[in-house]
Write a protein that binds this ligand. Structure first.
Ligand SMILES: [Zn+2]
Length: 425
């Protein structure tokens, strides 16, 4: 591979994805601003003009911040690659560490230093998002103490979980022969599955408190829904989501038919029992239609492709040179190849996102239909309206923006699909 070809392809994808993003953000902003003055007819009876305008302002502010974020991201990406940032970091660490800690130690230090620098770039932006944007629109419930504690805990968990798997993959790259990528992929899959088992038990409690659902009337109702749908509940829990944010949610954890059900306290505060049941039925629909399993299998297939690509690219000198890095002559290049692929892939994958969001939206319709069959459709509609309203999600998104990014259909389309469903019955 010619370095110049790699550079050209990289620049083309970085520019194309950045410009497409700007263009779509612009469309979305104009569309939301244009519809700021009137509540869409379908919502006129449930959403007042004031909350509609609040949602528009929140959406516009997040869009503006997203544009700034995207531009910073492009600058950082170019600084790491073509402008020589990763090359300089690699040179410094290689000289300082290689003689003392060996090839694996030096490569882990390179991954670690890269992660620390990336986190330092991200933190001010994340803080701005929480303490300016979310704060101004009344969603933030975090103090600076909680926020800093969260960041530290997340970094610590990242090191404890990330370092062993990174060491294992680097070791396999160096010593498992030319089919190392197959072994590395298998290790990655095993590790991901393990993480799914230990996350609810060991990691989630580091960040939130989980208490058994005390409302027995609701617990009975939810229990009978689970039985009706063929699931066993491994327990109902309430999570103190309100410690951090006013946004509401519910989710499941656990493999197989036995599920731990977790409600955010914010959800229970806003919805009636019937509405909670309908939201839960929607989540169960995702399991009944095997969406969760399909998504996991797709992720594993994609990551197999990613590892195979890494196996091939790591052997191409042009891949390193074309992205601004001189490969090592006296040390393995595996960590460098890993970092370069992690940076080069997102601008390419950006154009695959609409396909993913298409399938994701289709799944949402199926889950809604399942919920309407197992619980009350009226309750589900009401719950959706309340959640869209409380989260200040815009009711008037740009159609093209929706096609590209939305993992969930916009409220209007979801409600229309549900009323078409109930009319058909
Ligand atoms: Zn869903």
């Amino acid at each position: 591979m010619q370095p110049s070809l790699v550079t050209t392809l990289f620049v083309v994808f970085v520019l194309a994805s950045a410009l497409t993003r700007l263009w779509l953000d612009g469309r979305q902003a104009r569309h939301v601003a244009r519809h700021r003055e009137a509540v869409p007819a379908a919502f006129a009876h449930v959403v007042n003009l004031h909350s509609h305008q609040r949602a528009a302002d929140y959406t516009l502010e997040k869009l503006g911040f997203g544009i700034l974020n995207g531009l910073i991201g492009v600058a950082v990406l170019l600084a790491w690659t073509l402008l020589g940032g990763l090359d300089a970091l690699n040179l410094a660490l290689r000289e300082a560490l290689l003689p003392h800690v060996g090839p694996l130690g030096y490569q882990l230090a390179l991954l670690g230093a890269f992660s620390v620098i990336s986190a330092l770039v991200d933190w001010p932006l994340a803080a701005y998002s929480t303490f300016r944007i979310e704060q101004r629109h009344g969603f933030n419930r975090m103090t600076w103490g909680t926020w800093v504690g969260d960041q530290l805990k997340q970094s610590l968990v990242g090191v404890v979980i990330g370092a062993p798997i990174a060491a294992l993959i680097l070791w396999l790259m160096g010593s498992a022969g030319s089919a190392w990528w197959l072994w590395a992929w298998a290790a990655w899959v095993a590790f991901t599955l393990l993480l799914m088992v230990i996350f609810p038990i060991f990691i989630a409690p580091l960040f939130n408190k989980f208490e058994p659902l005390a409302d027995t009337a609701l617990a009975d109702r939810v229990q009978s829904l689970m039985t009706r749908c063929g699931f066993q509940a491994k327990g109902f829990f309430v999570m103190d989501g309100s410690r951090r944010s006013a946004h509401a949610n519910a989710y499941f954890t656990g493999l197989g038919a036995a599920k731990r059900v977790v409600f955010f306290d914010t959800l229970l505060n806003k919805l009636s029992h019937g509405e909670v049941e309908a939201v839960l039925a929607h989540e169960l629909g995702h399991f009944k239609h095997k969406h969760v399993l399909k998504r996991m299998v797709m992720m594993f297939v994609l990551s197999l492709g990613g590892f195979a690509l890494l196996g091939w690219l790591s052997q191409q000198i042009g891949f390193y040179l074309g992205l601004g890095v001189s490969p090592n002559l006296d040390a393995p290049n595996d960590a460098l190849a890993l970092l370069l692929l992690m940076m080069a892939l997102p601008p390419v994958m950006y154009f695959v996102a609409p396909v993913m969001s298409h399938f994701s939206r289709r799944d949402e319709y199926q889950a809604d239909a399942y919920a309407c069959a197992q619980a009350s459709g009226t309750d589900l509609s009401m719950a959706l309206i309340k959640l869209y309203k409380d989260n200040s999600s815009t009711l008037t998104p740009d159609p093209l923006y929706v096609r590209f990014y939305y993992s969930h259909p916009p409220a209007t389309e979801r409600l229309a699909a549900m009323s078409a469903l109930s009319a058909a019955h």
